[in-house]
Design a protein around this ligand. Structure first.
Ligand SMILES: NC(=O)c1ccc[n+]([C@@H]2O[C@H](COP(=O)([O-])OP(=O)(O)OC[C@H]3O[C@@H](n4cnc5c(N)ncnc54)[C@H](OP(=O)(O)O)[C@@H]3O)[C@@H](O)[C@H]2O)c1
Length: 240
């Protein structure tokens, strides 16, 4: 039977590419989203991948949502914590709300996504936890104290989970994308985008599929000895 992969924020952007790549690799995929019903419906129509709506920032909704996924598709063996948001502001202007929303979604959201599937992975002696962090969690970024804190936190999560899961056949790894050509990045003014590209030695943005291929590899049986690692995919913009 095909393994089941759960991708949070799997209906758009990088998550969409991850969902499609896992499907192409033979997984039964469940993709979650927060509120953009239109994008989710279009995604399901195009791919046949089932979508589920819940807020990753809410633990009880995550538990209930994951229970529904497992009822529909079977136990989750691969979990990709990809859902994330930005609420940028220079620190002196950052509000408590901007701080808290990003912490709740990007950091607590990873706990809420992985915690409910962890006992099943331990019992079945197999699991793959893949967290989508960011280059800005490695190097920090102007106006992203909140975001960088969460993405650095992701690295602490996978390094700790790796130690706890290793004997149970579970790996936990992070991918740190650099700037990727998603709607979010393509929507910034061309001048700003050009200046971003100017900082990338590769001379281009990354493609969502380039992140998705890293996920497919980390999810595979072949990657069983890679545990607690961070894969940087950033066109040589930063070396951790
Ligand atoms: N794009 C980049 O250059 C870049 C670089 C480094 C790291 N990353 C990281 O990669 C991940 C994906 O980024 P992206 O650019 O692909 O984002 P995106 O295009 O904005 O898509 C975000 C996805 O996450 C979902 N989502 C957001 N908040 C959620 C919540 N509270 N509960 C459940 N789902 C939620 C969205 O659902 P809706 O469709 O319903 O809104 C959407 O499916 C993020 O963790 C981001 O930090 C991105």
């Amino acid at each position: 039977m095909a393994r089941v992969a759960l991708v949070t924020g799997g209906s758009r952007g990088i998550g969409e590419a991850i969902s499609k790549a896992l499907q192409a690799a033979g997984y039964t995929v469940a993709a979650t989203y927060a509120g953009n019903d239109e994008a989710a419906a279009k995604f399901t129509e195009e791919t046949g991948i089932k979508t589920y709506k819940w807020n990753v920032a809410d633990y009880d909704s995550s538990v209930a949502g994951i229970a529904k996924v497992e009822e529909d598709l079977g136990p989750v063996d691969v979990v990709v914590a990809n859902a994330g948001i930005t609420r940028d502001a220079p620190f002196h202007k950052m509000t408590k709300d901007q701080w808290q929303q990003v912490i709740d979604t990007n950091l607590t959201g990873v706990f809420n996504t992985v915690h409910p599937v962890w006992p099943g992975m331990r019992e079945r002696k197999f699991g793959r936890v893949i967290v989508i962090s960011s280059i800005n969690g490695q190097k920090g970024q102007f106006a992203q104290v909140n975001y960088a804190a969460t993405k650095a936190g992701d690295l602490g999560i996978v390094k700790s989970l790796a130690q706890e899961g290793a004997r149970a056949g579970i790996t936990a790894n992070a991918i740190c994308p650099g700037y990727i050509a998603t709607e979010m990045v393509m929507a910034v003014p061309e001048k700003v985008r050009e200046s971003i590209i100017g900082q990338i030695p590769a001379g281009r943005l990354g493609e969502p599929e380039e992140i998705a291929r890293c996920v497919v590899f980390l999810a595979s049986e072949d990657a069983g000895f890679i545990n607690g690692s961070t894969i940087s995919a950033n066109g040589a913009q930063f070396f951790a």
